[in-house]
Design a protein around this ligand. Structure first.
Ligand SMILES: Nc1ncnc2c1ncn2[C@@H]1O[C@H](COP(=O)(O)OP(=O)(O)OP(=O)(O)O)[C@@H](O)[C@H]1O
Length: 362
């Protein structure tokens, strides 16, 4: 059978990327088309390795070839990915900055940040994590790195800090530079300088996603980070109680202010329901049900998922090995699903910016 590359591209031009609402050929997602007799192979370049629609897109490609060219063709689809970026995150080599925030303290923002970073890395992305919670840096404990000190070197008279690598991601915490037993009386300008150093003076290398755990509330650090670096988007963590939801709303309001203007990637509801480990199908909505989802639809922002209240989540954080590293989907499923949705929203946000300017695909 004589098929041409043009025929293949024409057929695949009928497959729409469901999130980005354009066809795969227009989005430049089809590459390496090889044809030999009745054997065809091509690559589909997804915008994130965490793409939740991978199987659906592959199926749609196979169907398009069968429908528009022939069912007799032996098709090999190589699903691969190249994370998109908006121009210039301000940190060399870093494609996307994801800020994790909460209106209220203690809702599980650090737990979500850590498990989000590790879940994205598990899907194959290159990930970094900054703990910018100067009032209660908890990432050293959650990674079993209490007392760790990152290496620093001089490069042309400039200090370069080497992020610590653990569980496949690079991380820096403000807690690596302070004594956990001594309270640090941070003043506004000191805070701003210290936090900017975590971004600017560190050797992050090439990263698809840099996750930033912000302090609770809306303060100096939020303003420093969002005004110094073009943050791709913010993930807002809440619990189901009304007090937490009201503060989450304020947090979202801050990111949406004209002076800040950071896209909201979505709301994560943590501690949504209690699940006893011995009865994993039982869900007890002890703090009320559906509050996070309702807030998301009210504010017209995505809902990124419900994370159960499970003792293992707390235990694993305290033990320095976050739950997402477990191979048990009962324990890590909710975080993996949330991470896929976050990555999906990053891709959508980048594509929207591309409609107005230029998205780089490298
Ligand atoms: N889904 C969950 N199930 C069980 N325990 C959880 C869950 N989420 C968080 N925790 C526990 O709740 C406590 C607070 O979580 P975490 O430190 O992540 O909150 P935070 O919002 O970052 O707090 P802070 O406001 O102090 O920065 C921790 O002990 C953590 O292990």
């Amino acid at each position: 059978m004589n098929i041409t590359k043009e025929q293949v591209l024409q057929a695949l031009g009928n497959v729409e990327e469901p999130d980005l609402k354009k066809d795969l050929v227009t989005l430049n997602m089809i590459q390496d088309v090889h044809i030999e007799d009745n054997r065809l192979s091509f690559s589909v370049i997804l915008t994130t390795p965490a793409c939740p629609l991978k199987a659906l897109i592959e199926n749609a490609c196979r169907n398009a070839i069968a429908h528009f060219i022939s069912k007799e063709i032996e098709v090999t689809v190589n699903m691969t990915s190249r994370v998109t970026s908006q121009k210039n995150t301000g940190v060399p080599g870093v494609k996307n900055i994801i800020a994790v925030a909460s209106g209220k303290g203690g809702v599980g923002k650090s737990t979500v940040s850590v498990n989000l970073a590790l879940a994205l890395s598990k899907t194959g992305a290159k990930v970094g994590l900054i703990d910018a919670d100067i009032y209660g840096p908890s990432i050293p404990i959650m990674f079993g790195l209490e007392g760790a000190r990152p290496k620093a070197s001089q490069d042309n008279g400039k200090t370069r800090i080497e992020p610590i690598e653990k569980y496949g991601i690079k991380l820096l915490s403000i807690g690596f530079f302070t004594d956990p037993n001594q309270p640090v009386p941070w003043r506004g300008p000191m805070v701003s300088t210290a936090v900017k150093q975590l971004f600017n003076d560190a050797d992050w290398g090439e990263l698809d996603y840099l996750v930033v755990d912000l302090p609770p509330g809306t303060g100096d650090i939020h303003i420093t980070v969002t005004q110094s670096f073009p943050v791709t988007g913010a993930v807002i963590v809440t619990t189901p109680q009304n007090v937490a939801l009201a503060d989450a709303k304020k947090g979202i309001g801050m990111f949406m202010m004209n002076a800040i203007n950071v896209p909201i990637l979505g709301i994560v509801e943590n501690m949504s329901y209690f699940t006893p480990i011995e009865l994993p199908d039982n869900k007890y909505y002890i703090f009320g049900q559906g509050g996070g989802q309702k807030l998301a639809s009210q504010l017209d922002v995505p809902f990124l998922g419900e994370i159960p209240l499970i003792k293992g989540i707390s235990d694993s954080g305290d033990a320095g090995k976050p739950i997402v590293l477990e191979d048990d989907s009962l324990m890590n499923g909710a975080f993996m699903e949330m991470a896929r949705r976050v990555a999906q929203q990053v891709s959508i946000s980048n594509a929207q910016v591309a409609n107005n300017s230029n998205v780089i695909n490298n």
